[in-house]
Design a protein around this ligand. Structure first.
Ligand code: T3D
Length: 258
């Protein structure tokens, strides 16, 4: 792969966006490579967590603006239907936790790809920008769906219309992201966090994600019924038996993700 570094170690698949001189902005090739990495992470049983991060000083500056001014480049319709929407769908459908380790500025589609992940950790000096309005576009990559649900209508509306930059600390305060990590500890902490998530009961986490996906669009009654159904499934797993047994025996559980 030319624009992504992909590795699998200790059950963690790490996808590193790697066009640092462009703040890891997406061109078509990188979008396709990212989709392949997500597909492989979804398929491989040994992968129990996916960690998405960026190389260099940025996380991702969204669409490579040079590519859209290139007459031989992809069309707007291709950019959404073939690049970003499949990425968002693959992340939400992934039956394993997907963690965004935001190491620097996350702008446009770069911000919204991070925000659709299950857990967002951000380096203290990083920032989030809904950059779209600055170039006359509307927020895409699921931004109009996820951002108001994360931080409320008013703040989402203001951030999307102004294109104001939000620091990682502000983003944490408004509930946009889970945790800010001091710059010097960032690499170590995101790795530790991913490793710890990889020892969790993966199948139960997948069912949790499934329930959360549905909660975005269903009623209270539908959600109770769904929890009932998914809990029956969780109760059949090896990890459920192991979790209860370990608790009774006052020892640490050894989950297999099954
Ligand atoms: O057709 C469609 O576009 C549909 C798809 C939409 C999806 C989208 O994501 S639309 C939004 C696209 N992204 C942006 O508009 C963000 C543009 N970038 C910025 O606003 C700023 O670069 C940042 C706020 C992200 C960071 O600012 P700063 O001051 O830290 O860095 P910089 O100096 O602006 O950028 C550093 C380099 O990265 C610079 O290159 P140079 O001059 O050193 O050679 C800059 O040109 C390059 N870069 C940054 N963002 C992009 C980019 N190159 C191409 N595309 C970019 N998006």
């Amino acid at each position: 792969m030319r624009h992504i570094i992909f590795s699998i170690e200790n059950s963690v698949a790490r996808i590193t966006l790697n066009r640092p001189d462009k703040l890891n902005a997406f061109n078509r090739e990188m979008a396709m490579e990212m989709q392949s990495c997500l597909d492989e992470s979804a398929t491989l049983k040994e992968v129990r967590v996916v960690l998405i991060t960026g190389s260099g000083k940025g996380f991702c500056a969204g669409q490579d603006l040079a590519e859209i001014t290139d007459p031989s480049g992809p069309t707007m319709s291709q950019i959404l239907s073939e690049h970003y929407n499949p990425i968002i769908r693959k992340i939400r459908a992934m039956a394993k936790p997907v963690i965004a380790g935001v190491n620097g500025v996350a702008a446009g589609a770069g911000a919204n790809i991070a925000l659709c992940c299950d857990i967002v950790l951000a380096r203290q000096s990083s920032s989030f920008v809904q950059a779209f309005s600055k170039i006359g576009l509307i927020p895409d990559s699921g931004g109009t769906f996820f951002l108001p649900r994360l931080i409320g209508w008013q703040k989402a509306s203001a951030l999307m219309m102004t294109g104001d930059k939000v620091s990682a600390a502000e983003a944490e305060k408004m509930g946009m992201i889970y945790q800010v990590i001091p710059d010097d500890l960032f690499d170590e902490k995101i790795q530790q966090f991913a490793l710890q998530m990889a020892t969790m009961p993966t199948h139960a986490l997948a069912l949790t994600k499934h329930a959360l996906n549905y909660s975005l669009a269903s009623s209270y009654e539908q959600q109770l019924d769904l929890e009932d159904k998914l809990q029956q499934e969780a109760a059949l797993t090896y990890d459920y038996r192991e979790g209860v047994e370990a608790f009774m025996q006052k020892r640490k559980p050894e989950f297999r993700g099954e």
